[in-house]
Design a binder for this molecule. Structure first.
Ligand code: AMP
Ligand code: ZN
Length: 473
């Protein structure tokens, strides 16, 4: 079945056609690791996870690359201001490297809690400095760069269709770029490929002292600009599979526009066929949730600290189409919490006779695919989920079908199911009974062994003071 995706390049829903049959190269712009991810960032990663799961569900082999921005992202959008990592280091009296590691680990925990699938490749900007230098050298050789007192810049006037992603008139783009003054730039939209650490032998911004992250280069000691990392790493890791590139809508006018300009200038080839962008998570009053504002909410503060299942946030993100703004509010969170609990209860109440049944019902599967393949319409897919539960299918078939849908929805339905022991496959029942006995006998070694054996068969054990429960893993 065809998948239709809204491509920012054409401003249309297009049928997805991969470069290599059956395979997809997917690049998603990752976090700048100078602070915790907020729920807005996580909304974007959830949308990208939905896209990836839909591609997998359709049988594609997906190679997913996600970068970690640990250098070069400045506080100003137009290459001015301070490196966010150096700023984080000063704020917390740690090294920039420690800051990067700490917030990368924190992000990975959040992604796991939200049941977001790990990328095939994680890559860090600081591990790919040479690749970035090499790309800048190619651009220099081809005449796309010039030097100023603070760095090496890309000359955007040298590319024909600089605005092909933003669809903005050049005047509008220039206006946006003029916010930060840099007299030495030839055009307001030009951007830094390499920034220098020193000016006239002094650390560049001597008030803030010497930079912690810097490298030697043919142009002088310094660090790469932010956009060049994503070009260098996507070309390196995806090579001939430049299918889909994603990020939040804030990346369209500057970051992704510049990635396209420099990559196509360097390779002479089209850089990614499909560009997908997720809308913002806003806080009350339509204001974008942002790391630079102190009022941002993390998964920890907003949900985990309050013992709210993080998948509640996943469900609420699924309910709003990824191209529509989503408003974060207490009320919508509580509604989503009730919805998830209700959904889990509906599944728990199914009277299952045959847990071995794995095949989803064809008719509903087709409806489900029609929904998710139509530019990731997850709200419609959730409606199909409810239709299945209300249908006259047998309970066994209902369970098999919704568990199949959960490969896309990622709501961990299996974990929610506590199973009735009599309904389990015979082998599992026997091991489970033996496990109860060894626990009663306080034979902990045997008890652990049997728990592991059940895990191998796909079942998890939950021990409480009163009872031991078994559920899908
Ligand atoms: P950053 O860590 O700031 O580089 O952002 C990581 C990702 O989160 C990028 O794809 C941004 O476009 C996205 N993003 C930033 N703020 C929001 C927001 N309020 N809602 C949704 N996505 C966002
Ligand atoms: Zn990027």
């Amino acid at each position: 079945m065809s998948i239709f995706l809204y491509n920012t390049l054409s401003l249309k829903k297009e049928e997805f056609k991969p470069i290599v049959a059956g395979q997809v190269g997917l690049y998603t712009c990752g976090p700048t690791v100078y602070n915790y991810a907020h729920l807005g960032n996580l909304r974007t990663y959830l949308f990208e996870d939905l896209l990836k799961r839909v591609l997998l569900y359709n049988g594609y082999d997906v190679k997913h690359v996600m970068n970690i921005t640990d250098v070069g992202h400045l506080t100003g959008d137009m290459d001015m201001g301070e490196d966010k990592l150096e700023l984080g280091a000063r704020r917390e009296h740690k090294s920039a490297w420690e800051i990067a590691q700490f917030y990368t680990d924190a992000l990975k925990k959040d992604l796991a809690a939200l049941n977001i699938l790990e990328p095939t490749i994680w890559c860090k900007a600081t591990d790919n400095i040479q690749e970035q230098i090499d790309l800048i050298k190619v651009l220099e050789d081809k005449g796309f760069t010039y030097k100023t007192s603070d760095g090496v810049y890309f000359d955007t006037a040298k590319v024909k269709d600089y605005n092909k992603l933003s669809h903005l008139k050049l005047d509008e783009l220039k206006e946006g770029a003029r916010v930060e003054k840099n007299e030495e730039k030839k055009n307001p939209t030009d951007f830094a490929l390499w920034k220098f650490s020193f000016k006239d032998g002094e650390p560049f911004d001597s008030a803030q002292g010497r930079r912690q992250m810097e490298w030697d280069s043919p142009w002088g000691v310094g660090f790469p600009g932010w956009h060049v990392e994503c070009s260098a790493m996507s070309l390196k890791y995806l090579g001939q599979r430049l299918d889909i590139h994603c990020g939040g809508i804030d990346h369209i006018n500057v970051h992704h526009t510049n990635e396209i300009a420099q990559s196509e200038a360097a390779t002479g080839k089209k850089f990614f066929n499909y560009w997908l962008h997720g809308a913002f998570l806003n806080i009350a009053g339509g204001k974008k949730m942002a790391k630079s504002d102190d009022n941002f909410l993390t998964l920890q503060k907003g949900l985990l600290d309050r013992q709210i299942n993080p998948l509640v946030y996943r469900l609420s993100a699924l309910q709003v189409h990824y191209r529509k703004p989503m408003e974060y509010g207490e009320e919508s969170l509580i509604t989503a919490q009730n919805s998830l609990e209700h959904l889990y209860n509906q599944v728990r109440e199914l009277k299952i006779k045959n847990y071995e049944l794995k095949i989803a019902n064809d008719e509903y599967k087709e409806k489900f695919l029609n929904a998710v393949n139509d530019d990731l319409n997850a709200a419609q897919a959730l409606a199909v989920f409810q239709e299945v539960l209300k249908s006259d299918l047998s309970d066994d078939e209902k369970l098999a079908t919704v568990l199949d849908f959960d490969r896309v929805l990622g709501l961990n339905l299996k974990t929610a199911l506590s199973l009735n022991t009599e309904d389990l496959p015979k082998e599992v029942q026997e091991i489970f009974r033996a496990r109860l006995q060894s626990r009663a006998d306080k034979n902990w070694a045997e008890s652990d062994r049997l728990r592991d054996k059940l895990a191998e068969l796909g079942f998890a054990i939950e021990d409480t003071k009163e009872e031991t429960k078994i559920r899908y893993k």
